[in-house]
Design a protein around this ligand. Structure first.
Ligand code: SF4
Length: 456
């Protein structure tokens, strides 16, 4: 049962020391009750209070890690029903299905597709995150053989082992020891066997009531009973599948699950949801995936990878899972385009992702090797940053001096965006020996501007 802010307040030290970043213990307690902060931020909370508050302050959707190392992905930890209430936390994981009935060549080519799926968009790496190996053959030996190929060729990629056959599950999961895989396919018949395997191999369990995996088709009630049973047997890391497969069911079930977890703090459904979107028609598969991304699926299993589909789904996922209150930013540094020399031009802009991508795209289009200084303005665009006092002459001068660019170029000329032409004199005052050139107001003028400069 969730505690109210006042109940939480009674358990806090009540010293108002502000170490947690909040002005009072009461303010901290209120945020904790809304699950918008973490108890760890109060260093003085007693052990007894920690224990009592642990449950209340735990995220309503349990955090789960899939995989190990750099490619591990996190799911769950969601605290809101709607993105505008705060933010969605851990992006849906996209997993490509590999059937154990496929030929070795087909398995290899699917693995290659996953390994080559990464793209860079507004400074973030986006990719197909995981592989779901499915036991279509219902043969433990064949499943193990397919899993072996994945374990060898894609050893770093997180894996979901999909089978209701506990023998097959054990044969496959052995190959991913210490890789924190998910064994999906736990139903009311195989619960004890699957729990024992998960304990031995430290795996997460995927609990299902889908009839395709030996489940009863009993919906959310049955699913809640099953997660409680798995938990009582000692496994806390769980992902859930209500058996929803069509669009209507996915929206209904996922919404009910999220509401139960967030609004009622109903623990038996407070787990990440796995959705199976595989369809013969790629467009329909993409649409089902869109529904999953928008409506609370933490893992979505796809049957195929197509570039168009990836681009659309990656973009949607990225947009929904960014914090609406924090502008997207790229790293502050000097970016190189082509192979610039000590005579190449130097331009400057701000680190708002969209600004960076438009400007860098036009610098690339110019085919003139160049340096682009991207300055940290907390993700604001050029004019907004200037108006907010973050893109000023003294800050630009300081950034340029500290960037080390003076070691890379012989000239001392910097091109500033046309919209902040007003800064040119002040920058020349602050950056001794430098000449400031005013560039185009719009980024699409950059190619002609750079080519003209290069022709001089
Ligand atoms: Fe209160 Fe703890 Fe915050 Fe200090 S750090 S104000 S004691 S909640």
């Amino acid at each position: 049962m969730a505690l109210t802010g006042v109940e939480i307040f009674k358990l806090l030290p009540k010293t108002n020391c502000k170490k947690c970043g909040f002005p009072t213990c009461l303010a901290f307690a209120m945020k904790l009750a809304q699950r918008q902060t973490s108890l760890d931020l109060c260093p003085d909370v007693s052990e007894e209070a920690k224990q009592k508050l642990g449950e209340a302050s735990a995220p309503p959707v349990r955090p789960i890690i899939l995989g190990a190392g750099d490619k591990a992905v996190k799911m769950g930890e969601e605290t809101v029903l709607f993105r505008h209430d705060k933010r969605f936390v851990n992006p849906s994981v996209f997993a490509l299905e590999i059937k154990d009935t496929s030929s070795e060549a087909d398995i290899n080519s699917k693995i290659e597709e996953v390994l080559n799926s990464e793209i860079d968009r507004v400074g973030q790496k986006l990719k197909i995150d995981a592989i779901a190996i499915t036991n279509d053959s219902n043969d433990a030996g064949r499943f193990e053989a397919a899993a072996k190929i994945v374990a060898t060729k894609a050893s770093e990629v997180p894996v979901i082992i999909c089978t209701a056959n506990s023998q097959a599950a054990e044969a496959a999961v052995k190959l991913f020891t210490d890789k924190k895989p998910i064994i999906y396919g736990v139903n009311s018949e195989n619960t004890e066997a699957m729990v024992n395997i998960a304990k031995t191999y430290k795996a997460t369990l995927g609990v299902t009531v889908s009839t395709a995996f030996g489940g009863s088709g009993g919906g959310l009630d049955e699913l809640s009973n099953l997660t409680e049973k798995v938990k009582s047997l000692g496994i806390a890391d769980i992902v859930i599948d209500s058996g929803a497969r069509n669009a209507k069911e996915i929206i209904e079930h996922n919404t009910l699950v999220r509401r139960a977890a967030i609004r009622k703090n109903f623990k038996p459904l407070g787990y990440p949801v796995i959705t199976f979107a595989q369809r013969e028609d790629s467009l329909v598969e993409a649409l089902i995936t869109v529904i999953g991304v928008a409506k609370y699926s933490s893992i979505i299993v796809l049957s195929s990878i197509e570039k168009w589909k990836n681009l659309a789904l990656f973009t949607l996922r990225q947009n929904l899972y960014t914090d609406p209150q924090v502008p997207m930013q790229v790293e502050q540094k000097i970016y190189k385009f082509g192979e610039p020399t000590s005579d190449s031009p130097l331009l400057i802009t701000t680190n708002f992702s969209l600004t960076y991508f438009i400007v860098s795209g036009e610098v690339e289009n110019s085919k003139v090797p160049s340096y682009l200084a991207v300055m940290d303005c907390e993700g604001l665009s050029v004019l907004t940053a200037w108006a907010a006092g973050k893109f000023t002459a003294s800050k630009i001068a300081q950034f340029i001096k500290e960037s080390g660019i003076e070691n890379d170029i012989k000239h001392r000329e910097i091109t500033i965006p046309g919209y902040v032409a007003i800064l040119s004199g002040a920058i020349e005052d602050k950056l001794e020996g430098w000449k400031v050139t005013v560039g185009p107001r719009e980024a699409n003028g950059i190619p002609a501007f750079l080519r003209t400069r290069a022709a001089k």
